[in-house]
Design a protein around this ligand. Structure first.
Ligand SMILES: Nc1ncnc2c1ncn2[C@@H]1O[C@H](COP(=O)(O)OP(=O)(O)OP(=O)(O)O)[C@@H](O)[C@H]1O
Ligand SMILES: [Zn+2]
Ligand SMILES: [Zn+2]
Length: 947
């Protein structure tokens, strides 16, 4: 590839990208869609000031956070990061004219953002009780620097980088130097692949690529390369695309006693790094006093000049100031050059290495090597800012992880997102690359998939991590969740559809949020600290939903987009893939590298929550799902959301918005969770197979029990009936909606659901259905228990005492150790609660059939509305939340962005914990028999009608 072609094409694409960025700013300036901007992550609205202080070198540090009294402690998901240039605006006016100041983000957390404002800003005046908007400003400094670097590249001659440029653009062959065989490694622990990479990097004349898959110690290797190069007497310029990565390198190199110097705005540096910054070193240098004196003289001269009326006198003051300034500049330049020259390694971001910065004070050929870490995450143009400084470069990174973020889709597709690393590997092949192959992060089961799909199967897990599990951590209980490295929670067929929104980034899935919550609960209950867990979602909307649900309860739980997690790791990672639709659309997820990054953040445990049916339309995701089901544990979401079964089906298959995903808060205390080991092929719903057959569900009992022949017959019968009913409905265009009676048992409901899914019907769940289903399930269990108790007692020849009640029987059988302990207790508890029974029945039945509003007697059996906040049924006059007392919740909810977009139907309300769950369970079981009675009466009635 010729340089000219590359430069002109890249300049064009950068322009396109720049325009996309400007377009974003324009949107904001038109003041029309601040909320859109917020949902894109570039704007934070209505912040208040938490604190204000004077930071390093006179800069003002302002901590901004969401309004406290809103009850929402977390910031919306956003793309703010340290080093970003931001504008602060009054929230009231919110136009460009209301700008209070511009600053640099120094910290961006989940609950607050810290911004450093420069000392020089006049009128910088913030009040603690006002509200502010923060907007990410397009940073054209970066563009200008990239453009300048490209133009320099185009006409480059006679600089230190001449030969390197020729090689990287294919004008001449890469060469190698004489091999230094016996390297004495500074780090004795390097593995074979790391040693090989170091030797290779040293032996190349022009450039070397170190490919470091996740967790393979890329930074460790880069540090060793730099130490070796310094030992050979080289001066190194070391860069990375992010400030965090640069700081990390500074820290590790400083520990090895190398002379490091960090360039960059001090506000952008980690505190521990600041002593290595140019500003800090300059402040300590011998020249400082002189420089300070000159500054004072200038200030004095200014004051003097203002006092003068006489033109001549003023002129002489002006000249004096000019001279002082010149002296100041040369003295500063000398001081900076001295400091820079004495460092062995100068570190900065790629763009920080620009020649309009401090580096202009150095001679052209000062540096010998340029090392670029995170090279695959950088635009090639930004790499060139650094590369023009030296004759040799080492590029480290992983081009199988996410490329640089690019706003303009067209620019990205025309090649702007291709990193230098990727381009060189394509051009030169493996001969210029050394890959690190031992990884020190993931359990081998987590690693294996990424290794096979992304890294030619070449990765091995170091023995220290290959079989580590959560339960091996101190203080962690050994339960199923902590004993498996891979857990797939499959929502296929559960109707947990995604929420639709116009924007590709705005996808959410409330049902998956429920599942994440339940899984986080199990993990933390087993003793895992929330700070050791990451919740990762590919979509900003889902990140927001998750934060709204979880951040208050688990403030240290990190919930981020995939992009925000690159380069990080956690003991446990919970990944929600969000997409669930009939068309099998996966959109954004189709970027394989995004999924690779998400999965490879996990050290000991990876839980993936997804609709296997939807995501399997994409080959790469399909391979993940199959890997997880082959090597991990698979659960169906039904096991968590047992009550989540739809009741009514409407003929509106595309209306995803209407699909309400809700849960009743997890497995009930009396119900055992069923887990299906992947090996158990007879009961496992195979994700690879896609659909769940009716038979499967019927032969998969919720608890191990024997299915009698009679039951089986009955099941087949209903299966046929329901199928016929649905098919009839499909044939009959006049029938708008097909309703199933609430007397269906849950197996039948599941069947209805599956048949509807198969035939592509939309559906809608109603809370009432959930409740009655729950009751039915309890009832069946009770019956089962009673039956088995009866059988046992029969065996023990105790039939005569049947009238003495269950208590007696249960006790006997408990003695015989044939029944579970829990069962015996349940029944024992029954006797004492007998009295409440009738009251409860009456109350519950009433509650189910009439409006829940105090004293309102209107029936809700035919026309009623479920309040999403309290989960009670109301008549049409009382269903408005404000009317029956859910106003506050509704308001809070309405404030949530998503509800403003009108796409979210709220999940179920909070679980009612007011009653002892055991007692409640008992009462419900008692109630069941009553309900069964009513049910049979209802059936009789309907038979009478049809006759
Ligand atoms: N040779 C080694 N022996 C033991 N542990 C190692 C070795 N190399 C790296 N590690 C460990 O692996 C982890 C990651 O290493 P390091 O920080 O160098 O990689 P990184 O560049 O940050 O991560 P990545 O490889 O994901 O980019 C660290 O905890 C480090 O101590
Ligand atoms: Zn309500
Ligand atoms: Zn009412």
């Amino acid at each position: 590839m010729e340089i000219e072609k590359f430069v002109s094409k890249t300049l064009e694409l950068l322009q396109e990208e720049r325009e996309a960025e400007i377009e974003e700013t324009r949107l904001w300036q038109e003041n029309t869609s601040l909320k859109d901007l917020q949902s894109k992550g570039v704007c934070l609205l209505k912040l208040q000031i938490a604190s204000q202080s004077t930071g390093l070198y006179g800069r003002v540090l302002v901590v901004l956070e969401p309004r406290k009294h809103m009850g929402v402690g977390a910031l919306p998901s956003n793309n703010f990061g340290p080093g970003d240039i931001v504008g602060l605006y009054g929230a009231a006016g919110c136009s460009p004219t209301s700008q209070i100041g511009t600053g640099i983000v120094t910290k961006a957390g989940q609950t607050s953002v810290t911004v450093a404002f420069d000392e020089g800003q006049e009128d910088f005046n913030v009040e603690t009780d006002s509200l502010y908007n923060l907007l990410k400003l397009a940073n054209d400094v970066t563009y200008k620097r990239m453009k300048r670097a490209l133009n320099t590249l185009n006409g480059y001659s006679n600089g230190p980088a001449s030969n390197l440029i020729n090689v990287l653009f294919g004008y001449s062959e890469p060469g190698s130097q004489s091999q230094t065989n016996d390297l004495g490694f500074f780090n004795q622990d390097l593995d074979e692949s790391q040693r090989e990479a170091v030797s290779f990097a040293l032996s190349q004349r022009d450039f070397a690529v170190i490919h470091g898959p996740p967790g393979t110690g890329k930074t460790t290797t880069v540090v060793e390369v730099i130490l070796q190069a310094v030992k050979q007497g080289n001066k190194i310029l070391c860069c990375a695309s992010s400030n965090v990565a640069v700081d990390n390198l500074v820290e590790r190199l400083a520990r090895c006693k190398v002379k490091v110097l960090r360039l960059g705005h001090p506000a952008r540096l980690l505190e521990s790094i600041q002593k290595h910054s140019l500003d800090a070193v300059l402040a300590k240098s011998d020249n400082t006093n002189i420089i300070a004196d000159i500054r004072k003289d200038i200030d004095k001269a200014f004051v003097g000049m203002k006092k003068m009326r006489d033109k001549g006198q003023r002129f002489s003051f002006k000249r004096e100031i000019g001279e002082l300034r010149k002296e100041l500049r040369t003295r500063e330049a000398t001081a900076i050059a001295q400091i820079l020259k004495s460092a062995d390694v100068v570190l900065s971001t790629n763009t920080g290495a620009s020649n309009d910065g401090p580096l202009r004070h150095l001679p052209k050929d000062h540096f010998d090597w340029v090392v670029i870490d995170e090279c695959a995450q950088a635009l090639e143009s930004s790499c060139w800012i650094a590369l023009l400084h030296a004759r040799k470069c080492i590029l480290a990174g992983d081009y199988k992880q996410l490329p640089p973020t690019i706003k303009s889709q067209t620019a990205a597709s025309k090649g702007l997102s291709v990193s230098l690393m990727e381009r060189l590997i394509k051009t030169f092949g493996d001969s210029v690359v050394r890959m690190l192959t031992v990884q020190y992060r993931m359990h081998s089961s987590i690693m294996d998939w990424a290794s096979r799909e992304m890294y030619q199967g070449r990765l091995t897990a170091h023995s220290s991590v290959e079989s580590h599990l959560l339960k091996d951590l101190p203080g962690i209980a050994c339960v199923e969740e902590t004993s498996t490295p891979l857990l797939l929670i499959d929502t296929a067929g559960c109707g947990l559809s995604e929420m639709e929104a116009t924007d590709e980034q705005s996808k959410g899935n409330q049902g998956e949020v429920d599942l994440v919550e339940l899984h986080i609960k199990s993990l933390t209950e087993a003793g895992l600290k929330p700070k050791d867990i990451a919740v990762i979602a590919p979509y900003n909307l889902q990140v927001d939903l998750l934060r709204q649900r979880l951040s208050v309860r688990y403030p240290t739980l990190e919930i981020k987009s995939v992009d925000g997690f690159q380069g990080r790791e956690k003991e446990a990672v919970v990944l929600t893939l969000v997409r669930s639709n009939r068309k099998g659309e996966v959109g954004f997820l189709a970027e394989d590298r995004r999924i690779n990054v998400a999965v490879t953040r996990a050290r000991r445990h990876l839980a993936v929550i997804c609709d296997s049916q939807t995501v399997q339309s994409h080959a790469f995701l399909k391979s993940l799902v199959s890997h997880m089901s082959e090597h991990g544990e698979v659960r169906t979401a039904f096991e968590y959301l047992q009550d989540l079964v739809p009741q009514n089906y409407t003929r509106n298959p595309n209306d995803g918005n209407k699909t309400k995903a809700s849960s009743a808060g997890g497995p009930s205390s009396t119900q055992q969770k069923v887990k299906h080991q992947a090996a158990d092929k007879t009961t496992q719903k195979k994700p690879a197979g896609g659909k769940v057959t009716g038979e499967n569900w019927h032969t998969k009992p919720a608890q191990p029990r024997t299915v009698t022949l009679e039951e089986e017959e009955k099941t087949k019968e209903t299966n046929k009936e329901i199928r016929a009913q649905v098919e009839n409905y499909l044939k009959d265009p006049s029938q708008e909606e097909l309703q199933f009676p609430s007397s269906l048992n849950s197996h039948d409901r599941l069947l209805v659901h599956q048949i509807a899914e198969e035939l592509g019907l939309g559906h809608q769940s109603k809370g009432e259905a959930l409740k009655s289903l729950h009751l039915e399930r309890m009832k069946r269990e009770q019956q089962r228990r009673e039956e088995s108790a009866k059988q046992k007692s029969a065996q023990q020849k105790l039939q005569g005492q049947a009238t003495n009640g269950l208590l007696h029987t249960a006790k006997k059988s408990a003695k015989g150790k044939k029944r579970t302990k829990a069962g015996a207790c349940d029944i024992a508890a029954a006797a004492s609660a007998e009295d409440d029974f009738d009251t409860l029945i009456t109350a519950v039945i009433k509650a189910e059939s009439v409006c829940s509003f105090v004293k309102c007697k209107t029936s809700v059996l035919l026309l009623g509305q479920l309040c999403p906040f309290c989960n009670r049924q109301f008549c049409l006059g009382h269903h408005v939340p404000e009317v029956h007392g859910c106003g506050d919740q509704a308001k809070a909810h309405a404030r949530m962005r998503i509800s403003k977009e009108g796409v979210l139907y709220a999940g179920s309300g909070k679980k009612d914990n007011s009653m002892d769950p055991n007692k409640k369970a008992y009462l419900q079981r008692k109630l069941d028999s009553k309900l069964k009675d009513m049910e049979s009466k209802r059936k009789l009635k309907s038979k009478e009608k049809s006759n």
